[in-house]
Ligand binder design. Structure first.
Ligand SMILES: *Cc1c(COP(=O)(O)O)cnc(C)c1O
Length: 379
């Protein structure tokens, strides 16, 4: 089955009791058993829920994986992956990543004795310099947030193979429409379904997709033991969002390309970060591992004073000034003070994330209106 068909049908069966075509919201905490231990596969809703099960199967199918596991947020899914590790284990992570992931690694897990190396992975071979006997996990985000760097998933995964090192790819920015990390050799794919999968800025949700049955058992154990499970209503909303992912992504890509082109030729703009430009350093890898370039981008003004940056951020009328991304509506964001404020300023600057960087999540509105809006805001 091709992606568009999977997005609409994968995991979904008519409800056995009524034939309802849409998956019911099973709003229940427990399930009646015929005799002790004799049940229909459902015992208690932290461990299993039928609405969640359908979504988990759908997530697995669209990422070309065998198993899906859903969580109450993207960060909760990340938390479960790191809990696979033991004190003394080491993680190699890309140096440009979602601020909340960095916060979880540095502020929560470091104190349990897990060591994180934040490195430039644009040259995959650099990863080799940090692998040692304690390395247990490689953490990739590509395109990176917010600098839109590209990491070669197949090359990094090849370095980890046979060494008992897991590779986890946060695929939130690309979505399964643009990129499938398991096909490129990764072990775990993570999504903040809050973003493109849900697509309508109306929920918080996360998921993991894996192929290996043992790894699935370990992660399922953590899901039920730690308890960061999503409610059935949110699972239903993600399922509904998935049905139009391909249509939305197609438009995000079209609009993204036009907005990136507009910004790039604008006389007041210094630099645009978008992985679809042929002179982007990761363009060839992006072309190889992605099916399009998406609607996420960042830019810097020539006048990078605080006043000029604030003026643009406060003047858009269609682009809403807000954290998050991947919804149908366009958003504008200031990473240094918003999404990435939890990364210390020196760290941000070291990686090229300046105080004047502006990030856009280009939505699916009419392209003329979006460009007019940016034009009037930039002046
Ligand atoms: C938002 C986001 C997360 C965290 O997901 P939540 O659903 O907000 O917990 C992780 N990774 C990326 C790339 C994100 O954009």
């Amino acid at each position: 089955m091709k992606l568009a068909t999977k997005l609409i049908h994968a995991g979904i069966e008519p409800d056995p009791s009524t034939g309802a075509i849409m998956t019911p919201i099973y709003q229940t905490s427990t399930y009646v058993q015929a005799a002790p231990g004799k049940n229909k596969g459902y015992e208690y809703a932290r461990s299993q829920n039928p609405t969640r099960k359908v979504l988990e199967d759908a997530c697995a199918a669209i990422e070309n994986g065998k198993f899906g596991l859903c969580f109450s947020s993207g960060v909760a899914a990340t938390d479960a992956v790191i809990k696979l590790l033991q004190p003394g284990d080491e993680v190699i992570a890309c140096n440009d990543m979602y601020g909340g992931t960095y916060r979880l690694f540095t502020k929560v897990f470091e104190k349990f004795g897990i060591k994180f190396h934040y490195i430039n992975m644009q040259d995959a071979a650099n990863v080799k310099n940090f692998i040692n006997a304690n390395t247990k996990l490689i953490w990739i985000e590509t395109p990176t947030n917010p600098l839109m760097n590209i990491i070669d998933i197949a090359a990094v995964s090849a370095l980890a193979k046979g060494q008992n090192i897991l590779v986890c790819v946060d695929n939130t920015f690309a979505s399964p429409y643009l990129q499938n990390p398991l096909d490129l050799g990764a072990d775990i794919v993570l999504h903040s379904a809050t973003k493109y999968l849900g697509g309508h800025s109306d929920l918080i949700h996360g998921c993991l997709v894996i192929n290996d049955a043992d790894l699935r058992e370990k992660l399922y154990f953590l899901q039920k033991s730690c308890g960061a499970v999503p409610g059935p209503q949110d699972c239903f909303l993600v399922l509904r969002g998935l049905k139009t992912l391909h249509l939305r992504m197609q438009r995000h890509c079209e609009n993204g390309e036009k907005v990136a082109g507009f910004l790039r030729t604008h006389k007041k703009i210094d630099r645009v970060y978008w992985c679809g430009f042929e002179d982007h350093p990761g363009y060839d890898i992006a072309k190889k591992q992605m099916r399009g370039f998406g609607g996420m981008m960042s830019f810097e003004l020539k006048d990078n004073s605080k006043e000029a940056v604030t003026k643009v951020l406060s003047s858009t009328k269609i682009f809403a000034l807000a954290e998050s991304l991947g919804g149908v509506e366009s958003l504008i964001n200031h990473p240094a003070s918003m999404t990435h404020a939890s990364i210390p300023r020196e760290e941000r600057l070291k990686n090229g994330l300046t105080d004047s960087l502006i990030r856009l999540s280009v939505g699916i509105e009419d392209i003329d209106d979006l460009i007019d809006d940016l034009q009037q805001a930039i002046g």
